[in-house]
Design a protein. Structure first.
Length: 497
């Protein structure tokens, strides 16, 4: 390997220190390179030795301080202890892969299995098994393909991802939230709300990739990974997972593009791809080409960009389409749209004889323009996505049909857990009416289920109300105002670093 290695004309990350200014959505992200695929160089030869303190600490330190460092020695961090932790981090009741091995079965002789896996990985004898393809329904009626990996592959992938996170968590920009340690959907929602309220946002590009996970080009993905990873053993492991293919209806299929949704390594690989294709480019675009404020929040393949000027929004959208096409990606035509949105949207649309500002969906919430009752000032209102709510109530209805003849206390305890889970996510300020509507829907389905248990039922609305008061918790707001939480978390630095 040469002392200096060319980077195939790809974007090389150069990230500045994180500085939160005023709690805006983009205030926690790093800097980016020049526009497009600029030529850069990377320096090989850095690895984390066996004597590194706290194992991955040196990897994190080098990755944070040297953005051109390429790591040549990473696989030794995938030891039996890390594999064991990865095994216990898996869901015990998860569906098995193509080999049919369950979490419990693998754990019957756990230490011997882990030692055998470790030995095969380090001598190059490990072979990835194909994923088992299943389909789950989406809220829009379509089916989402999932790839269920074999348990041993899940264990190894999870261990490798933990090692790679030590590098990439220092590289990923602040507006990237999906599938990252310590970052939740509410962190992304808070950042978006803080950006819309705190910056001059008048237009919103509500964007979504088309079949993102199944469109990732394997050759580009490996090139992106090689910017930071020079350990050929780790790269070969990733290539084995990409080449393993899927088994559907007894037949095996391999793919030149895409990563299976459901595999432990797929979220990180998808984030790496988006980091080089979208995040770095978008950051440098707004710093060099935008005429006004621009904010961006991305959760996996779903992202929202806010603009001060419509001209910026339209130019960004057009150039983004060209950028994505270079890497085999495209935006979903039906789900991507530019809308007038923000503190001036209602006034400006009224002046032009138009109706209320349109709304957009993000992470299960409908985002709408609103104003405060007392002062009439602009505020962002977030309401439970009506499609999500209907789908959840339909799922509850089906499940209650299965539980029809269970004792009422068991039914009530289960429904209470459903409500608590719903409140835990959707109980944000200004959403109390939607929470009440969800609880009322639960009560209606419960009452119908109880009435169907017998033709001589005596389930009146009065008695149903007593049961609901006994078992079903009342809704209450559990989350603080997003701008307040975002400012409290960041405090002039990234919310998770």
């Amino acid at each position: 390997m040469d002392d200096r290695e060319k980077s195939d004309g790809l974007v090389v990350p150069v990230k500045l220190a994180n500085n939160a200014q005023g709690g805006a959505a983009e205030s926690v992200e790093g800097s980016g390179p020049a526009k497009g695929n600029t030529t850069g160089e990377t320096r090989p030869g850095l690895g984390a030795g066996q004597g590194a303190p706290s194992k991955l600490d040196r990897v994190r330190r080098v990755a944070a301080t040297d953005k051109e460092a390429r790591f040549t020695a990473l696989l030794h961090h995938v030891d039996v202890d890390r594999l064991r932790l990865a095994y216990f981090a898996l869901r015990p009741k998860a569906a098995p892969g193509v080999d049919g091995v369950t979490w419990v079965e693998y754990g019957l002789d756990l230490e011997a299995n882990l030692r055998d896996l470790h030995a095969r990985v380090h001598r190059g004898a490990y072979r990835a098994k194909p994923s088992r393809r299943v389909f789950i329904p989406k809220t829009d009626g379509r089916l989402r393909p999932l790839g269920i990996a074999a348990l041993e592959d899940k264990v190894l992938q999870r261990a490798v991802v933990e090692v790679l996170n030590a590098i990439y968590e220092t590289d990923f920009l602040g507006f990237s939230y999906g599938f990252r340690p310590g970052r939740s959907p509410h962190h992304a929602l808070d950042a978006l709300a803080a950006g819309i309220v705190g910056k001059k946002v008048n237009w919103v590009l509500d964007a979504d990739f088309s079949d993102y996970f199944s469109s990732l080009d394997h050759q580009w993905l490996v090139k992106f990974l090689e910017h930071r990873i020079a350990d050929r053993r780790v790269l070969r492991l990733i290539q084995k997972w990409l080449a393993a293919g899927v088994i559907e209806n007894g037949s095996w299929t391999t793919f030149d593009d895409g990563v299976p949704q459901g595999a432990s390594a797929s979220p990180l690989l998808a984030n790496v791809y988006a980091h080089y294709v979208l995040d770095l480019w978008a950051h440098q675009w707004r710093t060099r080409h935008a005429q006004g404020d621009v904010i961006l929040v991305r959760w996996a393949d779903d992202f929202v960009v806010g603009f001060e000027h419509r001209e910026d929004a339209e130019r960004f959208w057009a150039e983004l389409r060209d950028r994505l096409a270079t890497f085999g990606l495209e935006l979903h035509a039906e789900k991507t749209r530019l809308i007038e949105f923000g503190r001036n949207a209602a006034r400006d649309r009224q002046a032009r004889g138009l109706g209320k500002p349109e709304t957009f969906q993000f992470l299960g919430f409908t985002h709408a323009c609103d104003k405060t009752r007392k002062t009439g000032r602009f505020k962002l209102r977030r309401i439970t996505n009506s499609k999500r709510m209907r789908a959840k109530l339909l799922a509850v209805k089906r499940e209650m049909a299965r539980r029809m003849h269970l004792p009422i206390p068991e039914q009530g305890a289960w429904l209470a857990s459903v409500l608590r889970g719903h409140y835990g996510y959707y109980a944000v300020p200004d959403n109390i009416e939607a929470l009440r509507a969800f609880r009322e829907g639960i009560i209606r389905h419960w009452m119908r289920t109880l009435r169907r248990r017998s033709q001589k039922h005596r389930m009146s609305w009065q008695r149903m109300g007593l049961l609901a008061d006994r078992w079903l918790p009342q809704p209450r707001i559990l989350h603080p105002w997003p701008e307040q939480r975002f400012a409290a978390i960041t405090q002039g630095r990234s919310p998770v670093r």
